[in-house]
Design a protein around this ligand. Structure first.
Ligand SMILES: *[C@@H]1O[C@H](CO)[C@@H](O)[C@H](O)[C@H]1NC(C)=O
Ligand SMILES: *[C@@H]1O[C@H](CO)[C@@H](O)[C@H](O)[C@H]1NC(C)=O
Ligand SMILES: *[C@@H]1O[C@H](CO)[C@@H](O)[C@H](O)[C@H]1NC(C)=O
Ligand SMILES: *[C@@H]1O[C@H](CO)[C@@H](O)[C@H](O)[C@H]1NC(C)=O
Length: 888
């Protein structure tokens, strides 16, 4: 079937193209091709240009956008990257082309060898190897009928088909949520925006970009999106955990309701997790969670029958089937367990319970800590390379857990969504113990030894600097410290330094090099290959230098001649010794406790806690920051305790709320030189909450914005339950569908898409509202500072209480608003359909972009990127705009 579009025809196409622009090309038709899908083999390429992440600055937009430019031999465009400051169009032949009546494939390998990348890199480093370009080809649909296809776009962020923009693409080639596209017979223009990313594509050799495009005809209205059901492994004859999930895609034009996921055989029984109706909007892919209540030990696979109906049909019930082979493991082998991520989806982790020997040594009444091992970018936790990385050390006295972070890139690099997955996986261990009749030692779920490789090494730094009270040892291996240190941002478009500082501040929480002091008191082994050409050893060397400056230290093992990864990288001599030593006698968690029975050595020496975002930072020494004064700036507390007098001295900077957990009822405090007597009314579960009032005095008080609501736009990811995306017409529907697609592609997140008119009451998680024009409802908080006041007119009350008015035809904005119970709404608003798409680019998806709490964008941001923001910044604890915000 895939023989027809062979290289011969490709060559013919190419020759024709060299002679004419391809507008005049005739499709080459024979009898066999009467119903066929194909890509043109020759693509028109324009580039390279500088890039600016998801903000998307594209200088061609200033002249109407690539979509409005025509190929021409003579046309030239200005570009800072090319010789003479000019780029021309060029033609590129696709490779590995196949086409048939069922689908078509093509690979494009794009490079710009005439650019002197080597010299450019000598000056600007890896930032020089990131660029963007555009390529244009066509999809040819032959035959009499319109075709519904899905479109896989590996390594693309953005493309146009005919006049329709698709944003989000599939940067990491997950292939989870391709769009469904309905194509009429004929030719369809495809413009793809090529973006080179060093973190994903590497920093060595010629900086080329490879994208793989694939069209596949859909089969039926509802389809299983990936041919697998996510289930736990079978451990000694029964499923290790009952939760399962199957992803389904609605290929049709009408919404579909899933009525039931039933077992295919009578020995198995299943039930849907959701009690509300499960609706898949047209084109939407959703993961459907269900429980496997009983299952036959005789079968080696699970089969399900999905019953569904069209919302607009006569009510006929249809059935779709799916099945999944089950893996049998023994209880001590690493195996797959499933659990619920707080976002309402089923996730998995690989668990290795303590071995017989470790269990025997410690005894069944003991409680063993957790050894977390965080995987690198692009890896599945169930792959052998991850799940079996610790096989050479089988008898560790720990519950070894390999979390996924939900995707091979651990969602957002183990941050808001990805780390929530780690915490949920740890919490699933007690349920596993109960279900699997485990007779060995228990699990101490609050004590972790964290380790990880590469992106997981970065995740280890994140865990260590954000949850110090849970961690008794940490081993970051070949990890990077922050994206800013990995691939610097200096080749972004020129930007006002105050705008840049707002962007930078919104990423403060992931600058682990700024949070080094939080690691004080926790043993650290760092390991890095000296010849690592993927993550330079510089990252580890820098931290080994910064820790002593912060009054702490690490053991740094640089392995001479080793690269980024090698067989046994997680079980080298220094690491084995480290695991053994710290699992043998885990260090105590430090708490401010000065009871007379304990020696003076039991309370923590002076320490500091640096906090970028209270929502993702736990306590250190029992002290937890609940509110920053200005969230656009790091906050810090310095704590020292004098046990002889039961006195704790706390000084703060940029902090208005914190709590102290202490079991010592005689402890008294001074905060910023103000003496505070601990009274029983202030004590809540041994926890004293303090709040700095308007008069600068510390008291007990409550904030309006709190908990999961804190943090920049990415706070939306701290959803308790699935997302609800609301739209109001067919243009905002497209954006809503795109957001759902991207949330599923990049986070495996589940969303219900709802029309604004439908007042449904069951919104379990956070809400995303896509809106154009004037229809935005009032905020629940009547003093909320942002309002749409007229068509294309938005007003913000700044930190001085002054109203700032922005008025423009193509104005757009994205910002958070409070909902009840620490919930959030993310508003994506545009004066019209085109501008709402500009703001929608900033919905959290890839890391390193820098999205503060609110951004107001002018049309010029299409080519100026972040410099086209008219206002951006942060909301404080009262949802008022912070001082560090920017207004043009
Ligand atoms: C670009 O086009 C100009 C004008 O047609 C031509 O002189 C030049 O050689 C071309 N450059 C490249 C690299 O093809
Ligand atoms: C085409 O396929 C060959 C053989 O599988 C592979 O080596 C080559 O890298 C592919 N080319 C592209 C551009 O993907
Ligand atoms: C969008 O809705 C309007 C009015 O409701 C309708 O006239 C128009 O045809 C719709 N457009 C599309 C692309 O469905
Ligand atoms: C927030 O702003 C409103 C309106 O200006 C003001 O009344 C209120 O006191 C502010 N809240 C705080 C905590 O500053």
């Amino acid at each position: 079937m895939f023989l027809f579009c062979d290289s011969l025809i490709a060559a013919v196409f190419y020759l024709i193209l060299l002679a004419h622009a391809f507008d005049e090309q005739k499709p080459v038709l024979t009898a066999e091709t009467q119903e066929q899908l194909a890509f043109t083999s020759t693509w028109q390429v324009l580039g390279p240009f500088q890039i600016e992440s998801a903000w998307g600055a594209d200088s061609l937009e200033r002249f109407g956008g690539f979509r409005n430019l025509q190929y021409s031999d003579e046309a030239q465009y200005r570009s800072s990257l090319a010789p003479n400051g000019m780029v021309n169009w060029s033609l590129l032949s696709g490779e590995n082309i196949t086409c048939s009546s069922f689908g078509a494939r093509i690979s494009l390998r794009v490079g710009f060898p005439h650019v002197d990348w080597t010299f450019f890199q000598q000056v600007y480093g890896w930032a020089a190897l990131q660029y963007q370009a555009w390529a244009r080809g066509e999809i040819i649909v032959t035959g009499p009928k319109p075709r519904a296809v899905i479109f896989y776009t590996d390594h693309l962020l953005e493309y146009w088909i005919d006049d329709e923009l698709y944003f989000g693409g599939d940067s990491y080639a997950y292939r989870k949520a391709p769009p469904v596209i309905h194509l009429n017979p004929g030719r369809h223009r495809v413009d793809v925006r090529l973006v080179r990313d060093v973190r994903a594509m590497g920093g060595l050799g010629e900086p080329t970009i490879q994208v793989d495009l694939e069209l596949r005809t859909v089969s039926g209205d509802l389809e299983v999106a990936r041919e697998e059901i996510l289930t736990a492994d079978v451990v000694d004859g029964s499923l290790a955990s009952p939760l399962a999930s199957i992803a389904l895609r609605n290929n049709g034009h009408n919404a579909i309701e899933i009525i039931e996921v039933a077992a295919a055989d009578t020995a198995t029984s299943t039930s849907l997790l959701s009690e509300e109706p499960l609706i898949l909007a047209p084109g939407q892919t959703r993961p459907i969670a269900f429980n496997i209540l009983e299952y036959s030990k005789e079968t080696s696979s699970i089969g399900v029958r999905i019953h569904y109906r069209s919302i607009r049909g006569p009510g006929t019930i249809y059935t779709l089937t799916g099945s999944q082979k089950l893996h049998q493991r023994s209880v001590h082998e690493p195996h797959k367990i499933t659990f619920l991520h707080p976002g309402g989806i089923v996730s998995y982790a690989i668990l290795r319970p303590p071995s017989r020997r470790a269990s025997h040594e410690r005894g069944r009444d003991s409680s063993l800590p957790i050894l977390l091992q965080l995987h690198g970018a692009g890896l599945e936790a169930e792959s052998d390379i991850v799940a079996h990385a610790l096989d050479p050390v089988p008898d560790l006295c720990a519950w070894v857990l390999f979390p996924t972070g939900v995707t091979p890139w651990s969602s957002d690099d183990w941050h808001a969504w990805g780390f929530a997955d780690v915490q949920a996986a740890i919490s699933a261990i007690p349920a596993w113990i109960e279900r699997n009749d485990w007779g060995g030692p228990g699990a101490d779920v609050d004590r972790w030894l964290v380790s990880g490789h590469s992106n997981g090494g970065q995740g280890t730094w994140y865990a260590l600097t954000h949850y110090p009270d849970s961690i008794f040892a940490a081993a970051p291996v070949s990890g990077y410290l922050s994206i800013q240190n990995y691939v610097p941002y200096q080749l972004w478009q020129p930007m006002d330094p105050r705008r840049r500082s707002v962007l930078g501040a919104s990423m403060n929480g992931y600058r682990h090099e700024l949070l080094a002091e939080n690691a004080k008191g926790i043993p650290i082994l760092q390991q890095h290959g000296s010849d690592d050409d993927n993550v330079p050893a510089y990252h580890s060397r820098l931290m080994s230098q910064l820790l002593p400056l912060a009054g702490w230290h690490s053991t740094y093992a640089e392995l001479a001649g080793e690269g980024h990864w090698f067989d046994g990288v997680m079980t080298t001599e220094p690491l084995r010794d480290f695991y053994d030593k710290h699992l043998e006698t885990p260090a105590r968690v430090l708490r401010p406790k000065c009871s007379t029975s304990e020696s003076a050595g039991d309370f923590p020496p002076p320490f500091s806690l640096i906090v970028a975002n209270p929502a993702d930072t736990g306590s250190k020494g029992g002290v937890q920051v609940t509110h920053l004064d200005d969230p656009g700036q790091l906050g810090r507390v310095d704590v020292s305790t004098d046990c002889a007098s039961h006195f704790m001295t706390v000084t703060t900077s940029n902090i208005v709320g914190f709590s102290i957990k202490s079991h010592d009822r005689h402890l008294s405090f001074s905060v910023d030189n103000q003496k505070i007597q601990q009274t029983s009314t202030q004590l809540h579960e041994d926890c004293l909450e303090l709040w700095k009032d308007h008069d600068g005095l510390w008291r007990v008080l409550l904030a309006v914005r709190k908990g999961r609501q804190l943090g920049a736009l990415e706070a939306i990811l701290r959803s308790m339950g699935r997302f609800t995306i609301r739209y109001h017409d067919n243009t905002t529907y497209r954006t809503a569908l795109q957001i759902a697609r991207n949330l599923y592609q990049y986070f495996s997140a589940d969303s219900g898409i709802e029309c604004m008119d439908v007042h449904s009451t069951n919104q379990p998680g956070n809400m995303i509202t896509v809106m154009t024009g004037m229809g935005l409802s009032k905020s629940l908080l009547h003093s909320f500072p942002i309002e749409i006041v007229a068509h294309g007119e938005l007003s913000i009350r700044d930190s001085d209480g002054r109203q700032r008015l922005y008025s423009e035809d193509k104005l757009s904005a994205i910002f958070l608003r409070p909902l009840r119970d620490e919930g959030l709404e993310m508003v994506i608003w545009g004066a019209d359909a085109e501008s709402v798409a500009v703001a929608a680019r900033l919905v959290p998806m890839l890391t390193g972009v820098g999205q503060p709490d609110f951004v107001v964008l002018s049309d010029s941001s299409r080519w100026r990127g972040a410099d086209g923001a008219l206002a951006m910044g942060f909301f404080d604890h009262a949802w008022n705009v912070s001082k560090s915000s920017f207004f043009s």
